[in-house]
Design a protein around this ligand. Structure first.
Ligand code: AGP
Length: 597
């Protein structure tokens, strides 16, 4: 969602801001803008892609500025509603990510005090509140303004005549980039990778002041606090396309390496037992949104099979409103970004209910890591495409590892079975690579989807959640309506929708308990003349006879089959969307990091 950048130093601020906003594009946005002290405040904003702003931007000299990519929540996407916003004097400017809940009351009150409003946004009240409290000290004015606000925010502010930037956060991400004779603030580290790999994370309720040579951080009570620098291991290249036509494709092809890295980290968990040092819980609840929820669903099958422990699932957006039975499961919260507002709210609620919490995330220092008792990192590297690909796969790796850890500790798994599973996991980078080696075959197979209006994905057992993920991927980037179904459910309704124009993608993995039943379900589909694209094991002739197109994956134990099958789904979706000319890395209406509830 919205991306924030602030710069104070010796470089041309306009160049830094535009470069950083480019890096923040992946979060999702519909308009962009910058404000620079030159030395008077010069502001430029534009609806649409960043390039539309770039071509309209005059040459602006100045070393202090703030910038923003907006993802509309309050007020439609337009030039007027784009950030930054300035006060009535035209000297104070702000950018904001989040939602101000009491903005109507504040707007009414500030309007009576003859403030001019130029937009329909909630954000604009912030700059007028700061103006109201400003008497030469921006830090104090921001603090007083924030005290009047109800809602969530990451805000950056500056005032003409000063090289100080003030920023504040409540439930929205904010990080300080530490430089030499220059400093930065940003929504996330990817914006800063071209300039610095040293960051300080800003905690909830804190306010910060940065100048080129000084960083000060204040806690909610106004006390100055010291914060260690954190060195980020991602580099600028990781966040570039590297010759691929889209980030999504690059990120799919990075999956063997991502799994390898994820396994390296995870194996420490097994060796050192440094997560879940005691396993005094009798059940697990997994909570997440979107693809991360689909990973959790796969995780339920893994956990129940390997650790023989009951698992329940809840969507993060529902959990905090659920009645909450008197039970104390281990709560596992899964979020690649670690910033999804619903998942963070669920983490807080789980703790409030007295549950032990474990987070699975890809982003070191993300808010989730501070809201849970223990963290497992997926180590997939930066993921820029809005569609979760390598982060989804590495979430599965983390779940396998946690299941093995819990299963072994609870004696549901013996030593040999534990090593059997670990050895199977070690094969996964190679298995995934061999699916990627079939990319051109998968590209050809995607033709079956390109003209479709509706597509069904069917699977059973552990590949039921896999098909939910396949359908989500396809609809998200190709805008084709897709539904994932447990194959046994077809005849309870959706079969009525099948015809020769509705392709069905079916997963049937040999040796899976449900394999024969899947073949029967595929026959039912074929009888309705739906074109069938089947995904199954290498050499499965029976499946080939039932399907119009078959994509084979290497034979693995059924419990691990979601990994190769998902890679096929990701590639199918990518190629279908590409042939339809869709905006693959930034699908319409979607954001990478969903920081509003
Ligand atoms: C996945 O392709 C989607 N972009 C989306 O469903 C995503 O998984 C969801 O918003 C949750 O994000 P998180 O993992 O960062 O919490």
């Amino acid at each position: 969602m919205c991306g924030i950048i602030g710069y104070t130093g010796y470089r041309q601020a306009s160049e830094v801001l535009m470069e950083a906003l480019k890096r923040l594009e992946y979060r999702g946005y519909d308009s962009a803008g910058i404000a620079i002290l030159s030395p008077n405040l010069s502001m430029h904003k534009q609806k649409g892609e960043l390039d539309r702003l770039r071509v309209r931007l005059p040459k602006i000299e100045g070393n202090v500025g703030i910038g923003h990519t907006r993802w509309a929540t309050c007020g439609k996407p337009s030039n007027e509603n784009a950030h930054p916003f300035v006060d009535c004097t035209g000297k104070i400017a702000i950018v904001h990510n989040g939602i101000i809940e009491n903005y109507m009351q504040l707007k009414e009150q500030l309007g009576l005090e003859s403030n001019r409003f130029t937009s329909q946004t909630d954000t604009e009240v912030i700059v007028h509140l700061i103006e109201k409290h400003f008497n030469g000290n921006l830090l104090d004015a921001v603090r007083l303004a924030m005290n009047e606000i109800k809602g969530t925010y990451a805000v950056a502010a500056m005032v003409q005549g000063s090289n100080e930037l003030i920023a504040a956060r409540k439930e929205n991400p904010l990080v300080i980039g530490v430089g030499v004779n220059e400093n930065f603030i940003a929504s996330d580290v990817t914006a800063l990778l071209s300039y610095t790999n040293k960051v300080k994370y800003v905690m909830d309720g804190e306010i910060v002041s940065i100048t080129p040579d000084r960083i000060r951080i204040f806690d909610p009570e106004g006390n100055e606090v010291q914060r260690e620098d954190f060195v980020v291991t991602w580099n600028a290249e990781d966040a570039q396309k590297g010759g691929f036509s889209h980030f999504m494709l690059k990120e799919i092809f990075e999956e063997p390496q991502a799994i390898h890295n994820s396994l390296l980290g995870a194996l420490d968990i097994i060796k050192n037992g440094d997560i879940l040092p005691n396993v005094q819980f009798n059940s697990i609840k997994m909570i997440a949104c979107g693809s991360s929820f689909n990973a959790a669903m796969v995780g339920k099958y893994i956990m129940e099979e390997m650790a023989k422990i009951p698992v329940t699932l809840e969507l993060a957006s529902e959990y905090r409103y659920s009645p909450g039975a008197k039970e104390f499961p281990l709560v596992i919260l899964i979020s690649q970004s670690g910033e999804t507002a619903d998942t963070l709210a669920a983490a807080r609620e789980a703790r409030r209910r007295g549950c032990r919490t474990l987070g699975i995330t890809n982003v070191i220092g993300s808010t989730l890591t501070r809201e849970v008792d223990e963290v497992v990192y997926t180590r997939a590297g930066p993921e820029i495409g809005v569609a979760a690909t390598k982060t989804f796969i590495t979430q599965l790796i983390a779940l396998y590892i946690i299941a093995i850890r819990v299963g072994y500790a609870k004696r549901a798994l013996g030593h040999d079975s534990m090593w059997g599973y670990l050895n199977e996991l070690r094969k996964m980078p190679g298995i995934v690579q061999s699916v990627l080696d079939r990319a051109s075959e998968i590209e050809k197979a995607s033709n079956i989807l390109v003209e479709a209006r509706d597509v069904f994905f069917i699977g059973r057992n552990i590949n039921y959640p896999t098909v939910l993920e396949g359908a989500l991927k396809l609809k998200e980037i190709s805008y084709i309506h897709a539904e994932g179904y447990a194959a046994g459910e077809l005849k309870h309704g959706p079969l009525a929708l099948l015809d020769s124009k509705t392709p069905v993608i079916a997963v049937a993995i040999q040796k899976d308990l449900t394999y024969d039943k899947m073949l029967a379900n595929i026959s039912e589909v074929a009888a309705r003349e739906s074109p069938v694209l089947a995904i199954g094991c290498e050499g499965d002739r029976e499946l080939a006879q039932l399907s119009d197109v078959q994509i084979s994956v290497p034979c693995v134990q059924p419990l691990f089959s979601p990994i190769p099958v998902t890679i096929v789904f990701q590639l199918l979706s990518y190629y279908a969307a590409n042939k339809r000319g869709c905006s693959i890395d930034k699908p319409k209406n979607l954001a990478k990091s969903v920081t509003v509830e």
